[in-house]
Design a protein around this ligand. Structure first.
Ligand code: FAD
Length: 589
């Protein structure tokens, strides 16, 4: 049945070509070339019909490869000339085949006709192939190769907002293969930020909390790159050029911005230079290695003041990130003292500097107080109502005071990614993009934003949605759905989400939580924290790996393998600088 339909359509195409060919020959006819020399119009039409029919039945033309389609048609023309024009046709009219040289020579004009018609059939069939395959289902669409992308959605950012937007788009646009989705991110993985403090405390391996972006998608194109510029008028995202990538520009029809946030040092260059930040997987890994490095150096340090400076760890910022980081670091630092015979555990100091009187302002006052008391019991010092005003090598400056410390971590402020400054769009006071409840950037029709970089109206509180993973994920879903809706003519959805709750881990078997309005603290809250965030960690593989890390953590002491050797890096830099100067270290010294 399938072949029959193909034969019918191919024969019709051949017949139409034959009619045009007949009209053309009739028009140019002279003593040398006429329909009579070709055996009459009926035989010309029959030949064209047969060529079209056999072409459709026997061949799968190549889309866009016209040369191959035409040459296949030419060869088919020659074969049919032999089989039909000088064999079967004379036989049918009672003449017997015309294989004698003289007869064959008289059939040469027919040969040219067959060849020309064959070539034309190949060309026209190739031209119509996409339509024949898709609309008439005469050929497998697989042969068409990847569908031609006619529209493209570009998502910038591979955090919770970007990944959830891409996932929804992939689902909603499954039946629209001509709409491509591209996700661009600096990293090729998503960071499960609630577990970042577990990495710096050496409780889980860094890669176990970070599923690769490619593992989420089948049809979304993932590009690991930074953004150089965005041209909203021309609808082009320019990727930052580097030696590994040749593709530099991405045209978009819709753009979703989910570039998250970066540390905000409020313009203080000294703090920016001296402090470690705590946003990325790299940051968490560096902090873990810095702690180990300080212990290795303190173990060798004869000067007690310098040793104490090495063993003092300061965190600025008493929000979730700062408190969780400090809780984990405090356990880790105190838990590895036994490896270092020359380190006195009493010299270890962990200090939290916070500008307000209350830590964890996102939680109730009682839970904040509970967290503070428990951490003090574990040896943490609090400097509340105090601001870090400056920093210099080895010292954290808090107004008139200085804390001698070689490890200073800044979690006291965030601002949206620099990507937003590339857009010619108004930003809020906090530097975010203002969006409506459909996540569409105000005064635009094809720019959308979600997550930390967007100021999203919170319909449940009348304020703006807080910068949390649970909000970013849901905002991304709505943004993705609405872009698909805009492309397919469906109504847009409104973002409405009530915070489920907040949880903060404070270190070993200790946490505080407020879930669905109920408060929990201590061991149960810690179990809740682990259960909830393990279930929220994307991909089963990563969940199993983290679970194994936690189980091993119960039975074995903390791992102090230093994966970044700062001393070696310094020596290497020194060597490169010295060689670059063409002078030996001795001469420089
Ligand atoms: C330490 C820490 C702990 C946290 N704990 C919790 C918690 O327990 N619960 C909770 O709900 N929230 C928590 N958060 C907040 C939560 O992580 C954020 O609100 C959430 O990650 C925001 O998601 P996002 O997709 O908007 O941005 P992000 O997750 O920050 O993702 C931004 C993405 O944009 C990409 N990007 C940025 N700039 C560029 C560029 N120039 N070019 C290309 N790509 C770019 C980045 O690579 C990244 O993939 C925590 C945050 C931190 C830092």
């Amino acid at each position: 049945m399938f072949r029959l339909r193909r034969a019918a359509v191919g024969g019709t195409i051949g017949l139409l070509i034959g009619i045009l060919f007949t009209l053309f020959v009739n028009f140019v006819s002279n003593t040398n070339v006429s329909l009579a020399t070709l055996g009459g119009p009926l035989w010309v039409l029959i030949a064209a019909f047969l060529i079209g029919l056999w072409y459709a039945v026997l061949f799968e033309p190549h889309r866009d490869n016209y040369a191959e389609n035409v040459s296949t048609g030419l060869v088919l023309g020659i074969i049919l000339w032999f089989v039909w024009a000088i064999s079967l046709q004379p036989f049918l009219v009672g003449k017997g085949e015309s294989w004698q040289a003289v007869e064959a020579i008289t059939a040469v004009p027919k040969l040219i006709t067959y060849i020309l018609q064959g070539g034309l059939v190949g060309f026209v069939y190739g031209l119509l192939f996409g339509w024949l395959a898709k609309s008439l289902k005469l050929h497998s669409t697989e042969i068409l190769g990847p569908p031609e992308i006619t529209k493209r959605v570009v998502i910038i950012g591979g955090g919770y907002a970007g990944v959830s937007a891409a996932q929804v788009l992939e689902k909603e646009l499954a039946k629209h293969p001509a709409i491509g989705v591209t996700l661009v991110s600096q990293n090729n993985f998503l960071i499960h930020t609630p577990m970042l403090s577990e990495v710096s405390a050496s409780a889980v391996n860094a890669q176990n909390i970070s599923p690769s972006l490619r593992s989420f998608f089948k049809n979304v194109q993932v590009i690991q790159s930074d953004i150089a510029n965005i041209d909203l008028d021309k609808r082009i995202v320019h990727l930052r050029a580097d030696t590994r990538s040749t593709k530099k520009d991405l045209h978009f029809d819709h753009l979703i911005l989910t570039a998250g946030s970066v540390p905000n040092f409020f313009g203080n260059k000294n703090i920016e230079k001296e402090a470690f930040s705590f946003k990325s997987l790299e940051d968490a890994t560096i902090i873990r290695n810095q702690i180990i490095d300080m212990f290795e150096r303190a173990d060798l340090e004869p000067n007690s003041e310098k040793r104490k400076q090495m063993l003092t760890f300061v965190v600025a910022g008493g929000g979730f990130a700062g408190v969780e980081l400090l809780g984990g670091m405090n356990d880790f630092a105190r838990g590895i003292c036994f490896y270092y015979p020359n380190v006195n555990p009493a010299d270890v100091r962990t200090v939290l500097v916070h500008s307000r009187e209350r830590i964890l302002p996102e939680l109730s006052e009682a839970l904040g107080e509970f967290a503070k008391e428990k951490l003090i019991e574990r040896g943490v010092e609090f400097q509340l109502g105090v601001r870090v005003t400056d920093a210099r090598p080895g010292f954290v400056v808090t107004g008139e005071q200085e804390i001698p410390s070689n490890t200073f971590i800044w979690t006291a402020g965030n601002r949206p990614s620099h990507v937003l400054s590339l857009l010619d769009l108004p930003l809020t006071k906090r530097g975010q993009l203002e969006v409506n409840t459909a996540l569409q950037v105000l005064h635009t029709d094809n720019i959308w934003a979600a997550g930390d970089c967007a100021q999203v109206p919170d319909l449940t509180t009348g304020k703006f949605a807080p910068p949390t993973a649970q909000h970013a994920l849901r905002e991304g879903k709505v943004a993705g759905y609405n872009v698909a809706a805009a492309l397919t003519g469906k109504p847009l959805k409104t973002f409405k989400f009530k915070t489920l709750g907040s949880l903060a881990a404070l270190g070993h078997q200790l946490a505080v939580a407020e879930v669905f309005g109920r408060r929990f603290s201590g061991f149960f809250a810690w179990l809740l924290w682990r259960g909830i965030y393990l279930s929220k960690l994307p991909t089963l593989q990563k969940q199993v790996r983290v679970l194994l890390d936690w189980i091993l953590d119960v039975f074995f002491p903390p791992d102090i393998v230093q994966t970044i050797n700062f001393s070696q890096k310094e020596r290497e830099q020194q060597r490169v600088m010295t060689e670059g100067n063409g002078r030996s270290p001795e001469v420089q010294a």
